[in-house]
Design a protein around this ligand. Structure first.
Ligand code: NAD
Length: 254
């Protein structure tokens, strides 16, 4: 029996076939789940549909979390069509280039606020909207990075933003735990994606991860998908509030 048979999930953050969210969408569908997915705007839609067309994904909607009402419309549609939701994945991040490429010490209030709103507060909004759709419990997942915990060169502003995301996951896990709603942050090692290309000298990060990880290998979006599919399944029913590295052990090394 497939681990996610009969479960329905929402994936936000597919930009194209290389996105971490695309690897996760494929993994949860392979495990038997039915999906809803979103695209940022009309320009992104064909790249997202190239991923979702091959999957059990009957709901594909626009969602820019900065556009008033768009996120709410996605949950309203899920409520109308499905009535309930079993899991969701938040794989969304953004920081203005001028703030991301400078020192954290110098980042603007506007850039900090925008990065926090899109990359962190949108997770809380998703948790808030998902709660009434999860009467039998569920699983809320976000994607973080080791730069939340330790200073990683060039990760800059996204470090404090991911730290806030990880803390938000813990508070959501504590607040919704009594309802059987679990929350996790998965923390992949570096993977070459569109968002990653915004980090300066990302190739150096990839090279360092491959060199220092005990496995001496980079992780893939399929590896992240396998973890997300497990966390969304009933096999993980008593696990909540964690930040789980999927990085070949790179986080262990000094
Ligand atoms: P990606 O570019 O494929 O995905 C980022 C997604 O964020 C895109 O789909 C984009 O449309 C979405 N997004 C940005 N602004 C948005 C907005 N206003 N509204 C809705 N969506 C918006 O890159 P990715 O690497 O797959 O990123 C997914 C997540 O994984 C991010 O949270 C990222 O920080 C995290 N992450 C990435 C890596 C890596 O090395 N690639 C490592 C650890 C964590």
């Amino acid at each position: 029996m497939s681990a996610l048979a009969g479960k329905r999930g929402l994936v936000v953050g597919i930009a194209n076939e290389h996105s971490i969210a695309a690897g996760c969408a494929r993994a949860v569908c392979a495990a038997g789940a039915e999906l809803a997915a979103t695209f940022l705007n009309a320009k992104a839609e064909p790249y997202v549909r190239a991923v979702t067309d091959g999957l059990a994904c009957p709901i594909v909607m626009p969602c820019d979390v900065r556009e008033p009402g768009q996120l709410e419309a996605v949950f309203a549609r899920i409520g109308r069509d499905w009535g309930t939701l079993d899991f969701l994945l938040h794989a969304v991040a953004f920081a203005p280039a001028e703030d991301l490429h400078g020192r954290v010490t110098d980042c603007s209030g506007e850039g900090f606020g925008l990065a926090m709103d899109i990359s962190c507060h949108s997770f809380l909004r998703m948790a808030h909207l998902a709660e009434p759709l999860m009467p039998r419990g569920g699983c809320l997942m976000a994607v973080t990075f080791y730069g939340a915990e330790r200073v990683v060169a060039n990760y800059n502003l996204m470090g404090p933003v991911k730290a806030a995301l990880e803390s938000s996951v813990r508070y959501v896990a504590a607040e919704l735990g009594a309802k059987g709603i679990r929350a996790h942050a998965v923390s992949p090692g570096p993977i070459r994606t569109r968002a990653a290309s915004g980090i300066a000298h990302f190739d150096t990060l990839l090279e360092a991860a491959a060199r220092t990880a005990p496995e001496h290998q980079l992780v893939t979006i399929e590896d992240v998908g396998a973890l997300v599919a497990f966390l969304a399944s009933d096999a993980a029913r008593h696990i909540t509030g964690t930040v789980i590295p999927v990085d070949g052990g790179a986080h262990l090394m000094a």
